[in-house]
Write a protein that binds this ligand. Structure first.
Ligand code: SAH
Ligand code: SF4
Length: 365
């Protein structure tokens, strides 16, 4: 029995345990971690991977996060907002292919024209699918009223990454102003929970200035917040962003991949029944990255269904797969790989977070 096995036999992991597992380079210890995570997914959430068709609704954003390719300050990007017809084309594709759910993701803006557009789309998607297609939103920080409007229109899951749980690190990654305020982001997460969304958060992994202690604290933060879903992935530098000039200060690709997979595995072990996404950014580090994430505890896959003409402008990071990674080809390849791992795709199902339903059931007692 190696040290990792001893740690993994415990009911609760301490901060030191998490740090040990994030740091280990021993092959047997890594395998112990990933195998325990995979077993945990299968035991608590089943051997099914849930699908969400990802609709990148707009790259218009009023924020200036230092890491993001579609930040307002990047003048080299052609801006777009999918109109109803284009967005519905994407939703219909996901519906017909049996994806069960869509994710609407967008740059952040709070004006009424935008928030109403989202409300209308939610209503139209529900009508298109006899109320059956699930809708996850990822449209940044909004007022509680707007979150409620979207929830009442039929969206039921929301992903808002905290990016890092360290206020100091957050300040190094964002301009220091009201628009990029750590506390406001936490408040927004709490509003989402209050309104009733299945709430997801997550962090970027392998950022400049980020330590394994930060990452351990991120995991503990997510557990304490009692989230229902997580979306975590490697940080991938984009040349038209201020943080790109710190690319020498980040771990190399193989280490960022290793850390990302370990973060997924550890979160799975710490929060057994939540949904964890295999993030698209993993594929920039390894063509098989998202299937590896399933082997490490992920159970959600989000093929991109954005019409290609617009998707090429939704470049959050460099090398984001688009033309080589259409929903169809990505899914076929992914499906083959996960079958080898003993998983199948959960077609035509909402694929809700089991944690959410267990949480609600407990409350009712
Ligand atoms: N505007 C919304 C949603 C779109 S951005 C929001 O910020 O919440 C979605 C996610 O993309 C962000 O939360 C961030 O974690 C991720 N992202 C942005 N730039 C990235 C980069 N360079 N590398 C990896 N992930 C990035
Ligand atoms: Fe805008 Fe989100 Fe990118 Fe920040 S991460 S600049 S909020 S799209």
């Amino acid at each position: 029995m190696n040290i990792a096995d001893k740690i993994l036999a415990k009911d609760e992991l301490s901060r030191e345990d998490i740090i040990y597992l994030l740091l280990t380079t021993d092959e047997d210890e890594r395998l112990s971690l990933f195998n325990k995570a995979k077993y945990t997914t299968q035991k608590y959430s089943g051997s099914k991977v849930n699908l969400r068709g990802l609709i990148e609704l707009s790259n218009i954003c009023k924020k200036n996060c230092y890491y993001c390719g579609i930040r307002a300050g990047n003048k080299d990007t052609e801006r777009y907002l999918l109109n109803s017809a284009h967005a519905m084309e994407a939703a219909e594709y996901a519906w017909k292919k049996g994806f069960g759910s869509v994710v609407i993701q967008s740059g952040e803006r709070q004006d009424k024209a935008f928030t109403r557009h989202i409300t209308d789309l939610i209503t139209q998607i529900k009508t298109l699918s006899n109320q059956e297609l699930g809708i996850t939103l990822s449209c940044g920080e909004q007022s509680e009223d707007v979150y409620r409007e979207w929830f009442e229109a039929g969206a039921h899951r929301y992903l808002l990454r905290v990016e890092t749980s360290s206020p100091e690190l957050y300040r190094k990654l964002h301009p220091n102003d009201d628009l990029h305020d750590f506390e406001r982001r936490i408040e927004a997460l709490k509003s989402l929970q209050k309104v009733g969304f299945q709430t997801g958060t997550g962090v970027m992994i392998g950022l400049p200035y980020q330590s394994v202690e930060h990452l351990a604290d991120d995991l503990i933060f997510m557990k304490n917040l009692n989230i229902d879903m997580a979306g975590m992935g490697p940080y991938v530098p984009h040349p038209d962003t201020p943080l790109f000039y710190h690319s020498e200060d980040i771990p190399e690709d193989t280490r960022r991949l290793d850390l990302s997979l370990k973060m997924i595995a550890l979160l799975r072990i710490m929060m057994k029944d939540i949904n964890i996404a295999a993030s698209t950014a993993l594929n920039t580090l390894d063509p098989n990255g998202r299937a590896k994430a399933v082997a490490a505890g992920a159970n959600v896959f989000m093929p991109n269904v954005t019409p290609p003409a617009q998707a090429s402008n939704y470049m959050l990071y460099e090398g984001k797969p688009i033309f080589t990674d259409t929903a169809e080809t990505a899914l076929v390849e992914f499906e083959e790989h996960i079958q080898d791992l003993g998983f199948t795709i959960n077609y035509n199902m909402l694929g809700d977070s089991k944690h959410y339903h267990n949480r609600i059931a407990k409350k009712g007692l």
